[in-house]
Design a protein around this ligand. Structure first.
Ligand code: NAI
Length: 333
């Protein structure tokens, strides 16, 4: 069966890691018709917006996309395209696994964590205003509806993937109303999943626990900003941002992307680590029920890493992006 997938190469190292990923996916034998779409800073001058309507329309039609990172100007300039995509397609759940691969230098071995980040609310609602000159207010939105669906998603994911525990990460000691609501909803939903251990943990203490003993945690669910920060931390436990995949999931649409950004300092040099996007593509293939292709890619990535054949610079090696991809493709062959 052939699938149609929208492909947004994005900014910085995006085009390099996208074409590397495309090569690996094609080598797995799965049939995909890629529809390349434009989005990002460079596109803004052509269309007057970094997220053109033609791109949005194509995603509506296709339903599924693989995307490279898109840079967001700091302080001023256009709003984040990544956040706009998540909101436009109501991709409320951001699934971010952090799993050690043998041969990848990191502080711990056999880390196997899943961070589930709420993707549409919290401080990313982008509601900011100047109260009086010198005083700015940013609204952190937590709704019952948003909390219910992300917490249910976390428990359902835990069941589907045979996990043991869900930890609800919060700051309800300070944010008594907003995170208080998040916890109240979590406690109710947890009752529907008696087979899964339920735990509550304050976000700052969770950061410390993850660094001291990552084996103590399993599936973690949290609001948007906490998820952003904690998932970078869990990426660091398994070798860094070059190793961290993610899936943005909604009821009707799904967009798969690496956790990392456009890494401008190494863009265009052919040295970026494409593993994060390759593993994001395996999440996409599983979503498309192409399990055999996903497994074949995962197996090959693991084998190449284990043999230390072609580690990119971020992992302490000196392989180029294309040498690393060559090794994966050869392994699949
Ligand atoms: P970044 O993830 O681009 O880079 C952080 C560090 O990790 C850098 O040292 C970079 O070289 C390294 N790195 C990241 N990915 C790598 C890879 N695949 N291979 C080797 N090294 C890698 O984060 P930064 O610098 O904070 O953000 C740059 C831009 O990306 C910003 O405009 C930001 O808004 C955007 N961004 C976009 C995201 C998305 O499209 N979903 C996610 C995160 C940031």
């Amino acid at each position: 069966m052939s699938h149609t997938v929208a492909l947004m190469p994005g900014d910085g190292i995006g085009p390099e890691v996208c074409s590397a990923t495309r090569r690996v996916v094609e080598a797995s034998g799965v049939k995909i018709e890629w529809v390349e779409l434009e989005a990002g800073g460079e596109v803004a001058s052509k269309y007057g917006t970094p997220l053109p309507q033609v791109t949005l329309d194509a995603i509506v039609k296709i339903g599924i996309a693989l995307k490279g990172p898109i840079a967001t100007p700091i302080g001023s300039g256009f709003a984040s395209v990544n956040v706009q995509l998540r909101k436009s397609f109501d991709l409320y759940a951001n699934f971010r696994p952090a799993k050690s691969l043998p041969g990848v230098p990191s502080r711990y071995e056999d880390v196997d964590l899943i961070v589930i980040r709420e993707n549409t609310e919290g401080l990313y609602s982008g509601l900011e205003h100047i109260v009086v000159p010198g005083v700015v207010e940013s609204l952190r939105i937590i709704t019952e509806k948003g909390s219910k669906r992300i917490i249910r998603f976390a428990f359902e994911t835990a069941v589907r993937l045979n996990r043991k525990k869900v930890t609800v990460v919060h700051k309800a000691n300070i944010l008594k109303l907003s995170d208080g609501l998040f916890l109240e909803v979590a406690r109710k939903i947890a009752r529907d999943f008696p087979q899964i251990e339920y735990e509550e943990a304050i976000v700052d203490a969770t950061a410390m626990r993850l660094v001291l003993n990552p084996y103590d945690l399993d599936v973690l669910v949290m609001e948007n900003l906490f998820g952003d920060i904690i998932s970078d931390l869990t990426s660091g436990l398994v070798g860094g941002l070059g190793m961290a995949p993610s899936a943005n999931i909604g009821e009707k649409y799904a967009i798969f992307e690496a956790v990392h950004g456009s890494a401008n300092a190494i863009a265009g040099k052919g040295i970026a680590n494409p593993t994060a996007l390759i593993l994001s593509a395996t999440l996409m293939l599983r979503h498309l029920e192409e399990t055999a292709a996903a497994e074949s890619i995962e197996h090959s990535v693991r084998a190449v890493m284990k043999k230390g054949m072609a580690l990119t610079g971020d992992l302490g090696g000196n392989a180029s992006t294309s040498e690393y991809v060559d090794a994966i493709v050869a392994q699949m062959g």
